[in-house]
Write a protein that binds this ligand. Structure first.
Ligand code: NDP
Ligand code: 8X3
Length: 250
């Protein structure tokens, strides 16, 4: 039987690429995000390959998140795979210069939003005693880099939540894991730097990971046999050694 996956942050970058990768493999898709036009475009493109339902909500809005997932039509109600991907960095500042609204955004989206979506999906997985949850963490969840403070904290929280989920959902046979990328060339830096031209230079001088690279890894993780759970996966571009060391050509 065809599986159904819910992907948050499916309107760009890693989430969008994962939607394309899953569609290629015939997985039914529930695609989420705030930018409705993009959801419509992606749905149109992928409908040829699989069944696609879109949910348009902001993960910061607890009530809307629960309501949206509750509203799923019967054909999409049983979610086998949850990809908690929605998230971003907002700003790159020292803790003394950081912006409180940026801090709120990162904690509200990357941490609380992930929890709200999980809260809406987990009960049906525990009832069915099956399911697979992948949280998109980051290398920033493994180490703290200068000016990364709150973004790194949010991604450390994602990893702690992932471990907690794996423990608590273990009796129900639910797989839980994290995929933690280093630099991936998406809209991430446009968002972090609020459209400033510096965003365009983040990936200069080396070959960053592409969203498709991560999507293929996520598909690999979800396509392992039932007894195999990839609990935690860290992936860098070859040029990157850690959060601060990158071999550049210029
Ligand atoms: P993008 O900016 O390209 O994608 C972010 C996605 O998150 C968009 O689809 C966006 O959709 C969604 N999103 C953001 N805020 C909200 C919100 N409030 N409610 C609902 N959806 C939201 O970045 P990436 O693809 O790179 O990021 C995806 C994940 O990967 C993030 O969790 C990020 O932290 C993580 N990551 C990224 C790395 C990188 O270098 N790019 C490296 C390591 C981890 P919309 O705006 O339409 O709502
Ligand atoms: C994104 C990777 O190093 O830009 O999570 O924070 S980094």
């Amino acid at each position: 039987m065809k599986k159904t996956a819910l992907i948050t942050g499916a309107t760009s970058g890693i989430g969008e690429a994962t939607a394309y990768e899953f569609a290629k493999h015939g997985i039914n898709l529930i695609l989420c995000g705030r930018r409705l036009e993009r959801l419509n475009t992606i749905q149109k493109a992928l409908n040829r390959l699989t069944n696609v339902h879109i949910l348009n909500f902001d993960v910061r809005d607890k009530a809307k998140t629960l309501e949206a997932i509750e509203s799923l039509p019967d054909a999409f109600k049983n979610i086998d795979i949850l990809i908690n991907n929605a998230g971003n960095a907002h700003g790159l500042d020292t803790i003394n210069e950081g912006n409180i609204d940026d801090w709120d955004a990162m904690m509200d989206i990357n941490v609380k939003g992930l929890l709200y979506v999980s809260k809406a999906v987990i009960p049906q997985m525990t009832t069915r005693q099956s399911g697979h949850i992948i949280n998109i963490g980051s290398s920033a969840g493994k180490e703290v880099y200068p000016k990364g403070n709150v973004y790194c904290a949010s991604k450390h929280a994602v990893l702690a939540i992932t471990e907690g989920m794996r423990i608590d959902l273990n009796p129900f046979g639910i797989k839980v894991g994290a995929v933690n990328p280093g630099f991936v060339e998406t809209e991430f830096s446009q968002v972090r730097f609020k459209g400033d031209k510096i965003a365009g230079s983040v990936y200069n001088g080396f070959k960053a990971l592409q969203a498709k690279d991560i999507a293929e890894i996520i598909y690999f993780v979800i396509s392992r046999p039932p007894h195999v759970n990839i609990a935690d996966l860290l992936v860098f571009p070859t040029a990157q050694a850690n959060s601060t060391i990158v071999k550049k050509t210029n």
